[in-house]
Write a protein that binds this ligand. Sequence first.
Ligand code: ZN
Length: 195
Amino acid sequence: MSAHWRPDPNAPDPEMPGQKLQMASYIPVRLNDPCLCGSGKAYRDCCRLQRYWYPICPNPGLNSYSLLAPQSATVEGVASPALRERLMGDIRLQCTEDLPDRGSWIYWGDPALDDQYGTLCFGDIELKQDRTLLVTAMSDVRMRMLLDLLNEVAADFVAPPKMHYDSVLAIDKRTGKQVQVPPPTRTTRLKRHRR
Ligand SMILES: [Zn+2]
């Protein structure tokens, strides 16, 4: 799974908010290849053993993949104007909404990576009217990078966030049906396959 941002040619301001395109593509993997989930194990000994096909997403930098684990981090009571100024000043973030009382940014990474579909997006940061900061990401690796970035640019305003994990849309290998399952974690995966 990947998300791409590109300007919207029909909008009054093509750059803001722009268009976001979500894409799923299939990557073949051989039994002895390193597993695409980023575990470092061979596919044969890793995700092949799971009951579901779990989607993966590229990591910022595109050097590896992670299992999809949609999640969000919420921080309440942030000092909005000061935080907004810091977010605006960071080259890794692209602003897609800039209103007096709220704003949103896409995490592009540095350097931003372009392909034929647009610029790759690795997560979102939203500053809401009620002084709440909402960070969303599709994997643990991406969330870690976003929280590190916030720590780096705004450690003085951003308290430890409340984390929330969403379920993942996976495909049951036996029935081929789409099912909502909890996000895969290293520990639950190990338990499930211990014999
Ligand atoms: Zn794997």
